[in-house]
Design a protein around this ligand. Structure first.
Ligand code: NDP
Length: 229
């Protein structure tokens, strides 16, 4: 049985990915900040025995350690670091709020790495794939409009983490990849976004499940196109 761990599984892209992996008969450890309020996940639990809910705030090292303990001994085949936070919109140069930037860094970059550290044994046992939900906005080459200092910088930092993980864990058969999900209609993407969560998740699923060793350490969009760093 394939064991999948997904963060931010209660809504948006994380929920769509959870649904897809359950439909593929995988066991899914769906992590979210408030499992008791995760109504969509509770509805899925009625239909899927392989779904377990775990409380996880990815900015809490205690919560990450607890999840590591709860999953100890299990091979982990997929870790999808999906939870993300865009932070305040429309922040102009000269007004970047440090507290928000730190919170964003913690959720988008530090949390994903600490989670890998907490689950390394299981990932190695499962020869797993670490899929980090990044953004094109973290690409230097794609930045032609400036601004968005906070979000661009935390996703770029996450990309650096992904690349090192791919190199360091390759000897254990573990792969790591940075993924841009497209511009997706979620709370973060907003109503004018180009694609729905099902389209994004289906594409991400294909890229993750088809990932080769040669592609590990790369940066791809949900259609499998390479994104320049
Ligand atoms: P949403 O804003 O719809 O959902 C964000 C998810 O992250 C929620 O489940 C939220 O949980 C969770 N989350 C936020 N903070 C924490 C935390 N501290 N601990 C645990 N979970 C947390 O985002 P999307 O579904 O749109 O985005 C998913 C990923 O894709 C993110 O990493 C995002 O940066 C990336 N992305 C999205 C794009 C888009 O167009 N939507 C474009 C490019 C990248 P809660 O419900 O508790 O708040």
């Amino acid at each position: 049985m394939t064991q999948v761990v997904i963060t931010g599984a209660n809504r948006g892209i994380g929920l769509a990915l959870t649904q897809l992996y359950l439909d593929a008969d995988c066991d899914v450890a769906a992590c979210c900040r408030h499992p008791e309020e995760a109504n969509a996940l509770h509805a899925l639990m009625d239909k899927h025995e392989g779904l377990e809910l775990f409380e996880l705030d990815v900015s809490s090292s205690d919560a990450i350690a607890s999840l590591g303990e709860a999953l100890k001994g299990r091979p982990i085949h997929r870790l999808i670091n999906n939870a993300g936070y865009y932070g305040p919109k429309g922040v102009s140069l000269g007004n970047s709020p440090e507290d928000e930037w730190q919170a964003m860094f913690s959720i988008n970059c530090i949390g994903p790495l600490k989670l890998v550290e907490s689950l390394t044994e299981g990932l190695c046992q499962g020869q797993g794939i670490i899929a980090n939900l990044s953004s094109k906005m973290g690409s230097m080459a794609d930045n032609s409009s400036g601004g968005a200092y906070l979000y661009r910088s935390v996703k770029a930092a996450q990309n650096a983490v992904t690349k090192s993980l791919a190199i360091d864990l390759a000897p254990y058969g573990v792969k790591a990849v940075a993924l841009h999900p497209g511009w997706v209609k979620t709370a973060m993407g907003g109503p004018n976004a180009l694609i729905d969560t099902q389209t994004s998740a289906a594409g991400l699923y294909r890229v993750i499940e088809g990932l080769t060793s040669a592609q590990s350490g790369g940066f791809f969009d949900y259609q499998g196109n390479i994104i320049p760093w």
